[in-house]
Write a protein that binds this ligand. Structure first.
Ligand SMILES: [Zn+2]
Length: 296
């Protein structure tokens, strides 16, 4: 079980320029937000999990052939960096069926299936491919942008505007009141599921102000004793979720119309259906409820 999904592995060194001479390589190939995984042989045991394609040399492309024909030309290819001695590459292909022995799989279902390091780098690959795709033209003057050889940035040759990979900070706050936790649900959640409240940071706002504003807007409560819990990259599409725990101070729950379908106080021994363990929300709720149970 991964402790922290999407967290960059310690042995990974990011880079833009591939090493001379190549060497063995891992390929993170996406079609939309689906990752290409190598499947076990047809008679494989259940222990033969899907895996990230690994190639003995970093021959850039084509990485795969189907019936001896080029399988798919990539729309874009990016060097990500090195994992130990392995070069890591990201590629995006247009709509294509997977070659035989391979399959397209959504990222969420690969959590705890792929090696933790590979899962994390797939998240990084997905974000960088999205960034590259979305910044082919200058947002100011419309000219085609160009990558820079020594740095992860696209630059406009006409007006010099730079576009770095973007990360959007969002806060999550779990509110305590005695043995109870304040949980809410968005209209798009699966039926019955509740989670801690969250929202994107606005320009000019501190994380603390964002927590106070989100809780006031979404459920009408004020809080105190805000403390940091942990953060988690979230590549759908480019968030950094920063999680806090705090204590209720004032206000009765008043769910914001259109945003919060329902919100309530839940005793830590009677929690509703919660998000999956891939999310920082679940780690936050599990950690805080375990602490409250220990104390009571
Ligand atoms: Zn420009």
């Amino acid at each position: 079980m991964a402790e922290m999904p999407f967290m960059t592995p310690a042995e990974f060194a990011g880079g833009v320029r591939p090493p001379q001479g190549g060497g063995a390589a891992l390929w993170f190939v996406f079609r939309g937000d689906q990752l290409l995984v190598e499947l076990g042989p047809p008679d494989s045991r259940p222990s033969d999990d899907p895996r990230v394609p690994h190639r003995p040399s970093a021959a850039r492309l084509p990485l795969l052939k189907n019936n001896n024909r080029l399988w798919a030309s990539p729309l874009r290819t990016l060097y990500l960096g090195a994992l130990g001695g392995l070069g890591c590459w990201a590629a995006e292909v247009a709509s294509a069926d997977a070659p035989s022995g391979y399959g397209w799989t959504g990222m969420r279902s690969l959590f705890t299936v792929l090696e933790d390091a590979h899962f994390a780098l797939a998240g990084r690959a997905l974000q960088l491919l999205q960034w590259d795709r979305d910044h082919q033209f200058c947002g100011r003057c419309g000219a085609p942008t160009e990558p820079r050889a020594e740095e992860r940035v696209r630059v406009c040759p006409a007006c010099s505007l730079t576009a770095y990979p973007r990360v959007a900070p969002a806060v999550m706050a779990l509110v305590r009141r005695g043995r109870e936790l304040l949980l809410g649900r968005s209209p798009h959640f699966p039926p019955g599921m509740y989670s801690a409240l969250a929202g994107f940071v606005e320009p000019g706002e501190t994380l603390e102000q964002c927590v106070a504003r989100e809780l006031a807007e979404e459920v009408g409560v004020t809080v105190t004793n805000l403390s940091y819990f942990a953060s988690q990259p979230w590549p759908f599409p480019h968030s950094l979720m920063i999680a806090f725990v705090c204590d209720w101070a004032d206000g009765a729950i008043r769910p914001e119309a259109g945003e919060i379908e329902a919100a309530d106080w839940f005793d830590v021994l009677q929690l509703p259906k919660l998000p999956s363990k891939i999310s920082i929300a679940r780690r936050l709720i599990d950690a805080v409820s375990a602490e409250i149970r220990r104390q009571s």
